[in-house]
Design a protein around this ligand. Structure first.
Ligand code: UDP
Ligand code: MG
Length: 294
């Protein structure tokens, strides 16, 4: 029977944690072997004390502390590094995810040939503007990557060990875990789960206006991570082609005796060729860096 490890990222969740633990502990106790880790992400309230108290009564609950607030991606990575289970569950500390849903996700992971199963907050209890913007983002990301996920950023997820060993989360990447996992070749499933409004404390992540940037970086990370030249080379090559076309045209005119020194086209032609070459060589450098890492 597999060991189940639960990772709970928590930034100033002192009020929620005792309630969460009251609901989570009985669920975990149904598994013969389990552990839970709260990662306090530089909390400045009494989160650390609350977890220490709880873990005095239950030795399977442990605390990992981050020296300062490094964000949810870093908190999850710290948790993944600290746990030893074959099945790893992540759940938010703020009670928005229902611990009672965990067995459903674990069952799906074990019964079906999945490596990751994510929750799908079918009826989301968040401010409408947040729900709407993430719907738009999900749709664009799905279309770009030819996937079909309803929910990318659910706090409740289960993973097989090798998946978390391979995941390299930083910055905002925790929002796109299913896409990163698919890009790594894992089989990713989705199960509808209940979602609840935040009762205590407040959300640490508001509306994000950088969605367009996120989309570009996720495209780069999932589609071109192992072949950067294909991305940069395409745009660089296009620029060089257009620029060269302009310069050839000007050369012909010049050859026929017309003055070209004052033509704006000359500046465009030179600029296109130079910036195109720059993009192209950036891609080559990218390829060298990717090769070195292997
Ligand atoms: N969290 C964290 N570090 C942060 C921000 C959030 O560990 O810098 C945790 C937080 O305590 C919660 C989870 O990540 O358990 C999700 O955060 P939150 O509920 O604030 O985000 P929302 O649900 O509003 O998107
Ligand atoms: Mg929340």
């Amino acid at each position: 029977m597999s060991k189940v490890s639960c990772v709970i990222p928590a930034y100033n969740e002192a009020e929620s944690l005792p309630h969460l633990w009251a609901q989570l502990e009985p669920v975990l106790q149904a598994y013969p072997d389990w552990e839970a880790i709260v990662v306090s992400d530089g909390s400045t309230d009494s989160t650390v004390d609350v977890v220490r108290q709880l873990s005095q009564r239950q030795a399977r609950l442990r605390l990992v502390e981050q020296g300062r607030n490094l964000g949810k991606s870093a908190a999850l990575m710290a948790g993944f590094a600290a746990v030893t289970g074959d099945i790893i569950v992540t759940i938010d500390a703020d009670l928005q995810d229902d611990p009672a849903e965990i067995p459903k996700l674990v069952d799906e992971l074990e019964r079906r040939p999945y490596d990751v199963v994510g929750g799908w907050k079918q009826h989301r209890r968040d401010p409408w503007i947040k729900v709407l913007s993430s719907k738009i983002f999900n749709r664009l990301a799905n279309r770009a990557l030819k996937t079909n996920f309803h929910d990318l950023n659910c706090g409740l997820k289960v993973f097989r060990r090798p998946v978390v060993d391979q995941l390299d989360l930083y910055g905002d990447l925790y929002r796109f875990i299913p896409l990163l996992a698919v890009a790594d070749g894992w089989r990713v499933g989705e199960v509808p789960v209940a979602h609840r409004a935040r009762q205590y404390g407040h959300s640490k992540y508001g509306l994000r206006l950088n969605g367009a940037f996120d989309l570009i970086s996720i495209l780069l990370l999932t589609k071109y991570r192992h072949r950067p030249l294909h991305f940069f080379g395409r745009w660089g090559g296009l620029l060089v082609l257009v620029g060269s076309g302009l310069l050839v045209y000007l050369a012909i005119i010049h050859w026929r005796g017309q003055a070209i020194g004052e033509r704006p086209l000359l500046i465009f032609g030179v600029l296109f060729v130079l910036s195109g070459l720059q993009l192209f060589f950036t891609g080559l450098l990218g390829d060298l860096i990717v090769q070195r890492k292997r």
